[in-house]
Design a binder for this molecule. Structure first.
Ligand code: HZT
Ligand code: MN
Ligand code: MN
Length: 434
């Protein structure tokens, strides 16, 4: 589908959107807040720090009031672009976290503030993607119900994302296929055509959504259940992810983050059918850094202590995700593959015509962003399976099959995207839900 279609869908909502614009404008003015507390101007360092802390509190309060506030102006069927709800790049900031210890000087450093300003457009793009993420997930969280099939769920999420982000070629759109993994499967399941998987009342569903603006990807996930018996599993993973988010920072060792996550995750247990089961981190899954149009670039963030002494660095964008399991705490590839992406580096010349044609479609529609078979279907591609297999076998395309723990186990996930700005860490995808 194209921009024109998205615009056509949005058109009947124009009046609603205009109403939301005036509402957002009013909210921006209500506390007389000056966001860039020019703390450096005060000579006294303690004063400056106190002021910075106060501004941080205000900003975060403002964020939680405004973020997803769109919310109020967003239509029930997800049709109002966030650019109409927040004009002039005024997207809400994520959660701002001051750096600690040796890096606390960054909070008020004029040099660091100057560096911040250099990457403002990237930040606006990420905040716009994050706002789309919050509004889409807030909406679908209320609409996903047992009895629904996963294709319906995926379409709700993906059509909503396209409309809110105003999909436009490779300039804005879906960041990667919507993960809809159930129970013992932790990641990388999304339905292919003809799959009729239905959500059950006792299922544990991981919803992993990606949104990008100019290749700047927000990757964030949550877990849904309809039976209270899984509450401790979800609490464990939410706590573990928030621990990873809290520990992340410039100069922090990746292995130390993993150790902190593991300790928190393993402090939980769950009772299922009268049996007490420890909650384990899934040791072969991890967070990752994110580059332009590149969902995993370089570093991995472990969720167990692995003694990796690589450090996080200024400017990096990270997805911090943790997975907890009632099973073995180890995933293997299982079932039919849906997720694929062009292998960034390899540029094999495909000789078989069907593979050549498919490679052209992939390159022009997704570039290096991950895609799934449903996205090829909706572009009108058919009988592409052998061409796709050829590209995978030659290493031109990477396949990401579903990742599952032992049958009968339950897995949960929470994930946030954060950026290590020169002056502060910003948890872009933070919302009032998770
Ligand atoms: C791969 C393919 C996709 C990245 C993590 C992830 C969903 O497990 C290094 C560390 C989408 C994402 C990814 F279609 N993966 N985040 N959200 N999946 S990963 C990975 O392959 S590679 C983690
Ligand atoms: Mn994800
Ligand atoms: Mn991720």
């Amino acid at each position: 589908m194209s921009t024109a279609d998205a615009a056509a869908v949005a058109a009947p909502e124009k009046e609603l959107a205009e109403l939301a614009i005036s509402k957002a404008a009013n909210e921006g003015n209500d506390d007389g807040d000056s966001d860039d507390g020019e703390a450096g101007a005060d000579a006294d360092d303690d004063k400056a720090k106190a002021k910075a802390a106060k501004n941080k509190k205000k900003r975060n309060k403002k964020r939680s009031k405004k973020a997803g506030a769109g919310a109020a102006g967003q239509s029930a069927d997800l049709t109002v672009p966030v650019s109409q709800l927040f004009p002039n790049n005024s997207y809400p900031e994520g959660e701002i976290c001051e750096y600690r210890d040796d890096n606390n000087y960054r909070t008020t450093s004029e040099e660091m503030r100057a560096k911040d300003r250099l990457s403002e457009q990237k930040l606006f793009d990420l905040r716009r993607a994050a706002e789309v993420h919050r509004e889409v997930r807030q909406n679908v969280r209320e609409r996903i119900k047992p009895g629904m099939d996963l294709t319906t769920v995926a379409n709700m999420i993906e059509d909503g994302t396209r409309a809110l982000v105003e999909v436009k070629g490779l300039e804005a759109g879906i960041g990667f296929p919507t993960g809809l993994s159930l129970n013992h499967c932790a990641a990388h399941f999304t339905p292919n055509a003809g799959d009729h998987v239905v959500v059950g009342a006792d299922d544990v569903l991981k919803v992993d959504i990606g949104v990008h603006v100019n290749g700047h990807i927000v990757d964030s996930a949550f877990t849904m259940t309809w039976n209270k018996r899984y509450d401790q599993l979800l609490n464990a993973v939410k706590d573990a992810t928030n621990t990873g988010v809290r520990e992340a920072g410039i100069d922090v060792r990746l292995g130390d983050i993993g150790a902190a996550i593991q300790e928190v995750m393993e402090s939980y247990e769950i009772e299922l059918d009268g049996k007490t089961i420890p909650i384990k981190p899934i040791r072969n899954l991890c967070g990752h850094n994110i580059g332009p149009y590149t969902i995993h670039s370089g570093k991995s963030v472990p969720i167990v202590a692995n003694h990796d002494d690589t450090r996080m660095e200024e400017g990096e964008l990270f997805a911090i995700e943790t997975f907890g399991s009632t099973g073995t705490g180890y995933v293997h590839e299982e079932g039919v593959c849906s997720h694929y992406s062009l292998t960034g580096s390899a540029n094999t010349a495909a000789r078989i015509p069907s593979a050549r044609k498919l490679l052209q479609t992939i390159t022009s529609n997704f570039g290096t962003l991950p895609f799934c078979r449903r996205y090829l279907d909706r572009l009108g591609e058919s009988r592409y399976y052998l061409g796709l297999k050829t590209l995978v076998d030659s290493g031109t395309v990477t396949a990401y099959p579903p990742l599952c723990d032992a049958v009968g186990s339950y897995t949960a996930q929470f994930e946030h995207t954060l950026i290590l700005k020169p002056t502060a860490k910003e948890v872009l995808s933070r919302g009032d839900d998770y």
